[in-house]
Design a protein around this ligand. Structure first.
Ligand code: 13P
Ligand code: SF4
Length: 302
């Protein structure tokens, strides 16, 4: 089927079924054509609490769709492909987290939203890359177990006096950006502003002019008088920026990076999802209720 026809059929079905499409910014640009909202993990969690649609089609990865369900158990939450799994979210499990909690019983647990529902249920509060330091500083405890991203944990350490106990997880896309590559890129584009995602390693964060979540980057570019940017995050942000700000120039930091799991979703699969109402995302109620507490607590920090 042609792209134009896919878009028309998806838009028609959305109306007929009272569905909304939420898309992470790392999605293929073709998905932007049918998305009702495009954002970062934080914005998407917020939107999921605000919609009055009956069906949420989540174009992103598994933990995002799960969060949408946790916040909206009365709605049908669909993920167009079961292959969209975040490898970092799978790096922490409940058993391991319970062991660490037993060793550090005075510590609060902050889990990045890139976690499974049962890990969220085991946590005091969630955070995203947009609010991690704010969430940590909102807590009474002086010791914080931070799962699963050790790079984000190290970024938080720069903005808090609390003791952070990081889990040893990482994002395979962000972990690859190298300080050497970034130094070379800066030498080639002397006037460029360097925007870095906090999932990058500390040596890359050291070279940043600004550190932002994905939506934070888009908002920064929007108000910036600068014309050239070097961006250390997944390629989807660069594609989005090029579409939104054609008069500006964007380079992805070396060696570049694509989240293969985010690209599994296609327009054809979104149409299938709407037609067949597949694949339904649910979470057992005893886990959902506890995970919701951690997500609600995060949403109340702002
Ligand atoms: P944000 O959308 O919070 O910037 O996070 C990026 C990411 O890697 C999501 O998986
Ligand atoms: Fe997970 Fe990294 Fe992909 Fe985000 S970019 S979904 S953290 S693998």
């Amino acid at each position: 089927m042609e792209k134009k026809e896919l878009i028309e059929r998806i838009n028609k079905l959305k109306k007929e079924k009272n569905a909304v499409i939420l898309a992470h910014i790392y999605q293929r640009p073709e998905i932007y054509n049918v998305a009702d909202f495009i954002g970062d993990s934080y914005g998407l969690s917020k939107k999921a609490t605000e919609t009055d649609a009956e069906i949420i089609v989540f174009c992103g990865v598994d933990f995002m769709a799960e969060s949408a369900y946790i916040l909206n158990p009365d709605k049908t939450v669909l993920i167009p492909t079961r292959l969209a799994n975040c490898p970092m979210a799978a790096m922490v499990d409940v058993e391991g987290l319970r062991k660490l909690k037993a060793q550090c019983h005075n510590a609060a647990v902050v889990s990045y939203v890139n976690t499974t529902a049962d890990v969220k249920a085991e946590s005091d509060i969630c955070c995203t890359s947009a609010n991690a330091a704010k969430v940590v500083n909102s807590l009474e405890e002086d010791e914080i177990i931070f799962v699963p991203d050790s790079n984000l944990a190290h970024y938080v350490m720069r903005h808090t006096d609390k003791k952070i106990i990081p889990w040893n997880g990482w994002c395979y896309v962000h972990n690859k950006f190298s300080p050497e590559g970034l130094i070379r890129a800066k030498a080639m584009h002397l006037a460029a502003k360097v925007l870095v995602h906090p999932e990058c390693i500390p040596e890359v964060v050291d070279l940043a002019d600004e550190v932002f979540s994905t939506t934070g980057m888009v908002n920064y570019v929007k108000q910036s008088p600068d014309k050239t940017f070097i961006i250390a995050t997944e390629i989807g942000v660069i594609e989005r920026l090029k579409l939104e700000f054609p008069e500006k120039v964007f380079f992805q930091a070396p060696p570049g990076g694509t989240c293969l799991q985010m690209k599994k979703t296609t327009l054809a699969l979104v149409l299938d999802a709407l037609e067949k109402e597949q694949f339904k995302v649910t979470v057992p109620e005893n886990i959902r209720v506890r995970a919701k507490k951690a997500l609600d607590k995060m949403l109340n920090v702002d």
